[in-house]
Design a binder for this molecule. Structure first.
Ligand code: MG
Length: 163
């Protein structure tokens, strides 16, 4: 059995603003600010989407879902992630695992991590033990430390049985 294994990386940043819900991994997190963006600005799902697209050199989230397109205004980012999964599967690959590192000073998201992983598990139809999310602060340094925004990195590994 030969297995073709590919890996992609995704990175995303959004700024905090008043008056928006904070959506991370498709889950609303109680907080007095949300992330600004054309869609729901879900920094975790955006990073995962780019990692999936990157694993098979399928471009990036901005090419597939331009922020000039009105239909993506305030869109739930799970539609981007689901589409990236479909594109991966159309080429005969399946997702092996996802790993995410998200950085934000506040709020603490560790109490929500299992719920976020379970939600991504539903979105990707992938068992929860194959979805890792790790949260960190940036030790008060930079824009994350000043509580101005959040960023996330994601790595996705996809596999295809060749013979
Ligand atoms: Mg984004």
């Amino acid at each position: 059995m030969i297995t073709d294994i590919r890996t992609g990386v995704g990175f995303d940043v959004h700024a905090f603003v008043k008056g928006r819900k904070l959506i991370l991994g498709g889950i609303e997190i109680p907080f007095d600010k949300g992330l600004a963006g054309h869609s729901d600005a879900d920094v975790i799902l955006h990073a995962i989407t780019d990692a999936l697209l990157g694993s098979l050199a399928l471009g990036d989230i901005g090419i597939h879902f331009p922020n000039t397109d009105k239909k993506f205004k305030n869109a739930e980012s799970l539609i981007f992630t689901k589409k990236a999964k479909e594109l991966v599967e159309e080429i005969g690959f399946s997702i092996n695992n996802i790993d995410v590192a998200v950085a934000l000073e506040k709020p603490k998201i560790s109490p929500h991590l299992l719920k976020i992983r379970e939600n991504i598990s539903r979105i990707l139809e992938l068992s929860v033990d194959r979805i890792s999310i790790k949260a960190t602060t940036s030790e008060k340094l930079g824009f994350v430390g000043r509580e101005e925004g959040a960023f996330a990195y994601a790595v996705a590994t996809v596999v295809k049985k060749v013979k």
